[in-house]
Design a protein around this ligand. Sequence first.
Ligand SMILES: Cc1cc2nc3c(=O)[nH]c(=O)nc-3n(C[C@H](O)[C@H](O)[C@H](O)COP(=O)(O)O)c2cc1C
Length: 337
Amino acid sequence: MSYLNTPITIKNLEIKNRLVLPPIATERSKKGTAGTALCQYYDHMTHGGHVGLVYIEHCYIRSDGKASPNQVSAAEDSMVHGLKNIADIVHRNGSRVILQLSHAGAMADPSTLDGPAISTVDADWRWSFWKLKKEPANVKGMTQADIEDIIQCYVDAAKRAKAAGYDGCEIHGAHGFLLNQFYSPLTNLRRDKYGRNDLASRIRFHLETILAVREAVGDDFIISLRFGAKDYIPAGSSLKDAVFASRAFEQAGVDLISVSGGMCGFTRPDYKGPGYFSDTAAAIKQAVSVPVILTGGITDSIEAEYFLREHKADMIGVARAMMKDPGWAGKTLSELG
Ligand SMILES: Cc1cc2nc3c(=O)[nH]c(=O)nc-3n(C[C@H](O)[C@H](O)[C@H](O)COP(=O)(O)O)c2cc1C
């Protein structure tokens, strides 16, 4: 049997193979609802149930955390019904499913905001990996009460994911969004216990979020972390940071670490080859005992097999190749046998 076709069990969750459909924002929601267009999309993408583990795109946890106007919401109880329809479709097709939960922080789309965006400190910067925009943005530094409120929003959204029948939730801590703004030394300019003084402070917000979500959802619900492990930008987060932080995330209760980029986004500025985050994923895999997902630039079975065989990761995410060809999983896995 191929590496990719080998089952994996995370806690009590049996997953039939090592292939992951990572979160892909579709911009198909109206007013945050997971409606018919989104259900049809995920039915199409997961048809045949070939992918072991499917992530549903980033859903905002509070209305000031939207990355775009047509993003899906996990911020109100009224959204559970639509989110459940998607979970049911993916399960019926035969895959496991995790809902990604996000707050964009300073990266919130200005057209969706009534007031300032929130982030680490009051700022007139806007760091966007999409275009490296640096135009002024109205950003307010978070108070202790703001941080506690966001943690509660994560907790409430995770409970909604559980109520909607998902196998787990994913806390989005990558691609320059709110938690990543705390982790990265490029954007965390605070001087308090969540601040830039040391790495333990820069990940305190993550750890408090993970602990609170775990307490709320219980032991049998998977908590995944999308980790913007390294910025790949001078003076940004380093591999050493990534390893230290991953150990702490595991201790706090994450079941799965999905490695991606930080302030560089989901691609890497200096290297475009297959598995471009494999150096980081491999170092994290060595440091933790929970499974590690490697995503980025992988487009065929030879590449996927290589990274699993060489112990660079435990599971492989393939986003754009499966977006282009939703039949990719079925063809690739049956060819491998
Ligand atoms: C259109 C698009 C939307 C994406 N949306 C999300 C998202 O909602 N959450 C997330 O963590 N990553 C998101 N990503 C990043 C992907 O999950 C993945 O990391 C990236 O595409 C690199 O993998 P690939 O080379 O296999 O495509 C998105 C990527 C694309 C192209």
